[in-house]
Write a protein that binds this ligand. Structure first.
Ligand code: EAX
Length: 325
């Protein structure tokens, strides 16, 4: 190779490098909830932190309200690289990463502090690693919240009151089974169909945490809410492995820092919604049933543990229980 061609090659490489180093990187961050809700504020914090750490090189576009699809489609999109980042509940995750079903059992987590401590610790880290061989990077555990039942038919005070109600559940086998145990007619569907289905009356009710109920003004379509707190619903921040593998180590570090910022922002909003949400529901005319016999509901869904515990991680479930003693 002549000196001239060496110099030309070096110049080209430098130009190409500087061009790629300067080329702004744009990624989408998909959520199914409103932009100003708990996931939206987390995604916004992620975008701001990425922009700050990369000196403006990274632009993260938050795509809210299910604009890029339901939660199952977002995870499928990450597997093929059309979705870069997402924050979803664990609803459909178990069908991609079965080990995650262990988190979805009713009455497993005692309270928010226990759930956050466990998910931020060894157990949470062990479960995040399970995503990678499915083409998804588990970046961090965020939060949806403790789920409650809403409906438009009657006040639910006991498990018997649930019988016969058409209640939407997430596309989650453990939840479907638990509501079958309660005698409901569980109707699994993507979140993106729920509000319309409630407005049209094709379902009687659904179950979701306070932040979802308030950020979607569910008082417009649901008269009753029963504070069962029947399951803690984690959220998870994920990234397409296709995109992740193209990042430098420094850029991966930025993603990890941005994830921490997102988790803090989402959890802060959940705390705020938990503090104000019930009053807001009452202000908007919902009848809030607060004196719930949780033990009765817990006893009623016990067969779900017997039926699915072995299949979906008895050992992990026991570890989570032991970690809360
Ligand atoms: O992740 O599907 C659900 O009910 C979820 O709680 C909601 O989409 C937020």
């Amino acid at each position: 190779m002549t000196l001239k061609s060496l110099i030309v090659g070096a110049l080209f490489a430098t130009t190409a490098l500087s061009a790629s180093a300067l080329s702004a990187k744009e990624m989408n961050f998909a959520i199914v909830t409103p932009p100003e809700g708990h996931y939206g504020l987390g995604a916004k914090a992620f975008a701001e932190k990425m922009n700050e750490l990369s000196n403006g090189e990274f632009t993260i576009n938050v795509m809210a309200g299910g604009s890029l699809g339901g939660e199952r489609e977002l995870l499928e999109g990450e597997q093929i690289g059309t979705i870069d980042l997402a924050m979803t509940s664990t609803g459909p995750v178990g069908s991609f990463v079965p080990e995650i079903y262990a988190l979805d059992f009713p009455f497993l987590f005692k309270d928010y502090d226990s759930a956050r401590t466990i998910l931020d610790g060894e157990i949470g880290k062990e479960l995040l690693v399970k995503f990678e061989d499915k083409g998804i990077i588990g970046l961090g555990w965020s939060e949806n919240g403790f789920r409650h039942i809403t409906n438009s038919v009657k006040p639910i005070r006991t498990p018997e009151d649930v019988q016969g109600l058409k209640l939407r559940t997430m596309e989650n086998q453990v939840h479907i089974d638990a509501f079958q145990e309660l005698g409901a007619s569980p109707t699994p569907m993507s979140w993106t169909e729920v509000l319309t289905s409630l407005q049209q009356g094709t379902i009687d009710g659904q179950e979701n945490p306070v932040p979802i109920i308030t950020s979607n003004n569910m008082w417009d379509m649901q008269k009753y809410v029963t504070l069962t707190g029947h399951v803690y619903s984690p959220a998870v921040i994920t990234m397409s492995k296709i995109q992740w593998d193209q990042l430098s180590d420094e850029e991966k570090g930025w993603i990890e820092e941005a994830t921490k910022a997102a988790v803090s922002a989402t959890r802060a909003k959940v705390d705020e919604d938990e503090a104000n949400g019930v009053a807001l529901m009452k202000e908007h005319g919902m009848e809030v049933i607060e004196d719930v016999d949780k033990q009765a509901f817990q006893d009623a869904v016990q067969p779900t543990y017997e039926r699915y515990g072995a299949e979906y991680g008895e050992e992990m479930i026991q570890r989570i229980r032991d970690a809360q003693k």
